[in-house]
Each structure stands twice: as C-alpha cells, then as structure tokens.
Design a protein around this ligand. Structure first.
Ligand code: UTP
Length: 273
C-alpha cells in the first residue's frame, strides 16, 4: 500500500567530522554495511519498492552505492569473494532509486518538502538513516505500515528517553488510545527538560500523508531557524489526526558517537560472534 520511502540525507553530519568531510554520514558502516543500506532494507521489508533520496553536495557516494560497479563485478565474478556482493545486488534488484538535491540546508522539514516531486500525491514513509533500528520480527516501518492500514493518517515512531535528553528530540504529548499508540495533542521540538510535556521522543521513522507538503510550504522556520517537520506535524495533528507509535525493537542513534559504537557492538555480537 505504501510504496515510496524518502531518505533525507543532505545534512552535514558535523558530529562525525572529519570522517564526514568527503563521505556522507549515511555511508558510514556498521560492520560492513552503510547506514543507509540498513534503512533501505527495512523499507523493502515493509513492502516498499521506490526509494527517494534527498542528497546534497558531497553525497554522490550514495548514488554510486546503489548502482552496479562494472569494474568490481568484472574483477570479482566467479571468485570466492563474489558472495560479498550478494546483499547489495539483492537490494538493487528489489527497488528503484531516485534522487534530488536540497540546495540549501534549511532543516528536516525543508528536506522532506524537496522530495515532493519524487513522492507525488500518496502516503509515504520517511527514514532518517542515522537512526538504525532493529526488531526481531517485523521491522519498525513494517509495524507502522500495518498501523497506517488501520488509521490512514500520519504516524511518528516514538520511544521513551531519559528526561534530561528531551532537548535532543521532538517531544510529543497525547492520549493513549491503544496500548503504545497515542493521539498527538502537542509536540515541541527539542524542549528543555523543564518545558517538555513528556519523555516520549520522536525517532527517525515516519509515515506521512501527502497533505504534509502544503503544510510544509507555509511552515515558518522554527527552532534553530530551520523548517521543522515537528511544527508541520503539529499543524496536521490540529487539522486532522497524527499518531505516535511506541515501536517494538531497538534503536541506535548512529548520528552520535556513543550510539554508533553501541550499534557496532550490538551487530558484531549478533552477526559475527
Ligand atoms: P541531524 O540533525 O542529525 O543533522 O539531521 P546532520 O547534519 O545530519 O548531523 P549533525 O547534527 O551535523 O552531526 C537529521 C536528519 O535530517 C537530515 C540529515 O541528513 C539527517 O538524516 N537533514 C537535516 C537534511 O536532509 N537536511 C537538512 O537541512 C537538515
């Protein structure tokens, strides 16, 4: 039902300088796989086949990653190393990729708006690849697609965070209408702990209905002078309905050094040891 997934990947990734000076943050690997490939695999698992990626200057490695390298194919074919390419070949065969550039970094809301021509007039998913999610059965996006089938409205994934960290996230307030599902009444971008309405933080997985684009066009720059998706979603919640969903699974904030190391250790134990 939801076929398209948008990956805003235009940010500078300053917390990972100098690694991100010439390499996109989304290409940093957890073990051998770049962060964005984990995100694309999660989208495929949720039934999506069209990946729309918002890039910026210095991000061409992402396009090359999801393309065939003829030289490499030629070198590695029929050698014992060929299996190293299996996973990425499979991903490339399962879906199409389209790209557009965010010319100026005016925030996540603006990056999503840049994707309008790639998405069109249908509900779509958004993945922030630096939030790496792992679930035992259905991935987080697959869980959210099931919820969308029931409610047909925008949905954000949330998790409980320590109160002292509220100034790193969008924080929601809402009524719990089913176990772990909240109808949002308020959301604030990166509030100080004393101003936070809860400790329920939005993480990098969204299902958005396409009316979000018109709302984003009239959303003024907010926190950090950026166009915030949180502000647009609050308007959508007031006009209509937006749900917050406490997902099953683990999330690693791979945009931070601590989260990146934690994810590396977790996947090493799971896949290598
Ligand atoms: P972050 O807040 O993590 O920013 O963006 P960043 O630039 O990636 O990293 P730091 O903070 O400088 O280390 C959250 C997500 O939104 C995207 C980023 O690529 C990331 O996936 N984004 C953010 C854009 O695509 N465009 C923007 O203007 C801002």
């Amino acid at each position: 039902m939801i076929k398209k997934c948008l990956f805003p990947a235009a940010g500078y990734g300053t917390r990972f300088l100098p690694a991100t000076k010439a390499t996109p943050k989304e290409m940093l690997p957890i073990l051998t796989k770049p962060l964005i490939q984990y995100g694309v695999e999660e989208a495929i698992q949720a039934g999506m086949d069209t990946m729309a990626i918002i890039t910026g200057r210095g991000k061409r490695a992402i396009e090359d990653h999801f393309d065939i390298s003829y030289e490499l194919e030629h070198q590695i074919k029929n050698t014992p190393k060929e299996h190293y390419l299996n996973e990425i070949r499979h991903v490339i065969g399962q879906c199409t990729f389209s790209y557009t550039r965010q010319i100026e970094m005016k925030g996540l809301g603006h990056a999503i708006l840049c994707g309008q021509s790639l998405i069109g007039n249908e509900a779509f998913a958004v993945v922030l690849a630096d939030d790496l999610c792992h679930a035992k059965d259905d991935g987080v996006l697959a869980q959210m697609v099931k919820l969308y089938a029931k409610y047909k409205c925008s949905i954000v994934a949330i998790e409980e965070i320590p109160k002292e960290d509220t100034n790193k996230y969008g924080i929601i307030e809402g009524n719990e209408i089913e176990d772990g599902i909240f109808m949002i009444s308020n959301m604030i971008e990166k509030p100080e702990p004393k101003d936070a309405p809860s400790n329920l933080a939005i993480i990098g997985r969204y299902i958005l209905t396409p009316d979000i684009f018109d709302i984003l066009k009239t959303t003024k720059a907010g926190k950090a002078d950026e166009i915030q998706i949180t502000d647009a979603l609050l308007t959508q919640a007031k006009n209509n309905m937006v749900l917050a969903y406490k997902f099953d699974g683990k999330r690693f904030d791979c945009g931070s050094i601590d989260g990146f190391v934690e994810a590396t250790n977790y996947f090493y134990k799971k896949e290598v040891k």
